[in-house]
Design a protein around this ligand. Structure first.
Ligand SMILES: [Zn+2]
Length: 383
C-alpha cells in the first residue's frame, strides 16, 4: 500500500482541499481520503497541488507516423476514406504501426495523461497491437474498436471496451442491432460515433436520410457519447441531453482542418457531459496543457463563456463518467492516478487562481509528481 499527501483537487467537482492524504490499495485504487495525521510515503511540499491524471477523451494513437503531412489539406483529403491517413494505414507494415502507436503512448505519458479513449482502426489486429504496446507504458487505454473486414462485431467487442463507429454512413441496420444487443448484454460496453464534424456531413445526411446525422445516430444506436458535434444545433443538443449522451469536442483538430470552433458553452448549458480530446496525433500532439489553453483562448475569442474548471473537468472527471470507468477523479474507489504540480514553479508562481494556472500556464515540464495506479512514474525529489 502507498500513500500521498498534499493540497489537492478532490472529488467529482475538483474541489480544492488543503493538506489531504490519499491511501492507495494494493490493487491501485484509492481506498481512503482523509485529513487525519498518519505516516505518509510521499509527503509533498506545501506548495504542491495534486490533481487526477488527465484522461484524453478522444485520440487515434495509430496515426502519429504521418505527423505534419496534411497541414493545409481539407478534412476529406486528410482523413477521408481515400485520404492521406487511410492510404498510409492500409499500406503500412505491422512494425510501422507499432512504432507509431508507441510514439503516441510515450507522448501521452510524458504529457500527463494516465488514460485515453482510442478510436482504434484495423479491427481485431489493431486492437491487439495497441494492447501489446500498452504493457510497456504506465497508461490505460479505453479501446473502442470498429467493424473491419471479416472480424465479427462480437469478437471486436470482446477484445475491446466497445465500438467507435467512424460516422453514420458506415452504419447499417444489422450492425446497429448487433451493437445495441451487445451493449445491452455486456456490462461496461461502450458505443460512440463521430458526428457533425463538418457541414458536409450534415448536408450528406440530410440528402441521404432527410435528417441531420446526430438524429440518425441517436435513432440507430444506443450511444454513450459522440465525438465532435462541432455543427450541432440547439435541437441536436437537446436530443443528446434527452438520451443522456455525452459529447467529446476536439477543438485543436477542428481548427487544424479549417473547421469551426465547437459550441462548448451551449453543450455545457444544455447539461451535457463535455469531454475534450486531442484527436489525430498527426494533426497535433496529445498534450492536455496545449489543448486546455488553446480552448480557453479560442472560447474567449468566440464569445463563449467557459471556465478553466470546465476545461479541467473535460479532461479528467467527465471522460471518466462518460466511459463509466473509475478514473478521472480523486475519490474513494477510483484509480490512484495522480499528477502533482509545484505552484512555486516559475510558470505558476503568483497565480491568483489555481484552475487558471493549471489550464493556461502549466506545461508538462511542471509535472513534478506522477503516479499511475498507485505506482510512481515520476517524483522530482526522488530522481
Ligand atoms: Zn476521431
Amino acid at each position: 500500500m502507498v500513500s500521498v499527501r498534499a493540497n489537492a483537487l478532490v472529488g467529482p467537482d475538483l474541489e480544492f482541499v488543503e493538506d489531504v492524504r490519499f491511501q492507495i490499495g494494493t490493487d491501485g485504487t484509492i481506498i481512503d481520503v482523509s485529513k487525519e495525521e498518519k505516516p505518509t510515503k510521499y509527503l509533498l511540499p506545501s506548495s504542491y497541488i495534486l490533481i487526477p491524471g488527465f484522461v484524453n477523451a478522444h485520440v487515434h494513437v495509430g496515426d502519429a507516423y504521418i505527423k505534419d503531412k496534411t497541414y493545409g489539406l481539407t478534412l476529406d483529403e486528410a482523413v477521408g476514406s481515400t485520404g492521406v491517413k487511410h492510404k498510409k494505414l492500409s499500406s503500412s507494415t505491422t512494425e510501422e504501426i507499432i512504432t507509431s502507436i508507441r510514439n503516441s503512448l510515450e507522448m501521452q505519458v510524458n504529457n500527463g495523461f494516465t488514460s485515453f479513449v482510442d478510436f482504434r482502426e484495423g479491427g481485431l489486429q489493431g486492437i491487439n497491437l495497441l494492447k501489446e504496446s500498452l504493457i510497456d507504458f504506465p497508461i490505460r487505454g479505453v479501446i473502442l474498436g470498429r467493424p473491419y473486414n471479416d472480424d465479427s462485431l462480437a469478437a471486436i467487442s470482446k477484445q475491446s471496451d466497445g465500438i467507435g463507429f467512424p460516422d453514420i454512413f458506415s452504419l447499417n441496420d444489422v450492425l446497429c442491432e448487433e451493437a445495441n444487443a451487445i451493449k445491452e448484454n455486456t456490462v461496461g460496453q461502450l458505443n460512440a460515433i463521430h458526428v457533425s464534424e463538418s457541414l458536409e456531413v450534415i448536408s450528406r445526411s440530410l440528402t441521404s436520410y432527410g435528417k441531420r446525422d446526430i438524429k440518425i445516430a441517436l435513432e440507430k444506436l444506443d450511444l454513450d457519447f459522440v465525438i465532435h458535434a462541432t455543427y450541432a444545433d440547439k435541437s441536436d443538443l437537446q436530443s443528446l441531453k434527452q438520451n443522456n449522451v455525452g459529447v467529446v469536442c476536439c477543438p485543436l483538430t477542428s481548427l487544424y482542418h479549417g473547421l469551426d470552433f465547437p459550441p462548448l458553452e451551449a453543450i455545457i448549458d444544455e447539461g451535457i457531459l463535455l469531454g475534450l480530446g486531442t484527436d489525430n496525433v498527426f494533426c497535433c500532439n496529445p498534450d492536455p496543457f496545449r489543448l486546455m489553453a488553446f480552448t480557453l483562448y479560442n472560447a474567449r475569442s468566440s464569445n463563449q463563456h467557459v471556465t478553466p474548471k470546465n476545461m479541467l473537468k473535460a479532461l479528467t472527471v467527465n471522460p471518466g463518467l462518460m466511459t463509466k470507468s473509475k478514473i478521472g477523479q480523486l475519490s474513494i474507489g477510483y484509480s490512484g492516478d495522480f499528477l502533482g504540480f509545484d505552484l512555486n514553479n516559475p510558470n505558476l508562481k503568483f497565480s491568483k487562481d489555481v484552475y487558471t494556472a493549471l489550464t493556461m500556464r502549466a506545461t508538462s515540464a511542471d509535472i513534478g509528481f506522477h503516479m499511475y495506479k498507485g505506482r510512481l512514474v515520476k517524483w522530482e525529489y526522488q530522481k
